[in-house]
Design a protein around this ligand. Structure first.
Ligand SMILES: [Zn+2]
Length: 108
C-alpha cells in the first residue's frame, strides 16, 4: 500500500519533470536516500522520452500539443499514467536488481 502511494508520487514527479513544473516532493522523500540520485537520474531519462520540445511542449507518446507546462502535466497524468507507471516500474526494478547484484558480488 505504502509502495503504491510512493509509485503514484514518483509518476507525478516524473510528469512534473517532463513538464518543467516545480516539484511538490523531493525524490529523497519518495525513495530510500541511498538510491535517490540513481532514481532521480532514471526519472530524468524517462521525462526526456515523454516530451518533445519543438517551439513548445508536445507529448512524445501521442504527438498531441503544443501544451503549456501545466497542460502537458495534466495530459500526461490523465492520458498516460499507465504508460508512465510501466516505465517507472521497469526502471525501479532495474535499479533494485542492480543493487541486489552488486551486494551479491560484494558479500557473496
Ligand atoms: Zn499524449
Amino acid at each position: 500500500m505504502r509502495q503504491e502511494i510512493a509509485l503514484k508520487k514518483i509518476i507525478e514527479y516524473t510528469a512534473r519533470k517532463a513538464s518543467s513544473l516545480n516539484q511538490r516532493y523531493e525524490i529523497e522523500d519518495l525513495v530510500a536516500p541511498s538510491i535517490a540520485d540513481l532514481v532521480d537520474r532514471s526519472m530524468e531519462r524517462i521525462a526526456l522520452t515523454l516530451v518533445k520540445r519543438n517551439g513548445g511542449l508536445w507529448c512524445n507518446l501521442c504527438s498531441k500539443g503544443p501544451f503549456t507546462k501545466r497542460g502537458l502535466y495534466l495530459h500526461l497524468i490523465r492520458v498516460h499514467t499507465k504508460d508512465i507507471e510501466f516505465m517507472v516500474r521497469e526502471e525501479m526494478k532495474r535499479i533494485l536488481d542492480g543493487i541486489k547484484k552488486d551486494r551479491q558480488q560484494r558479500y557473496g
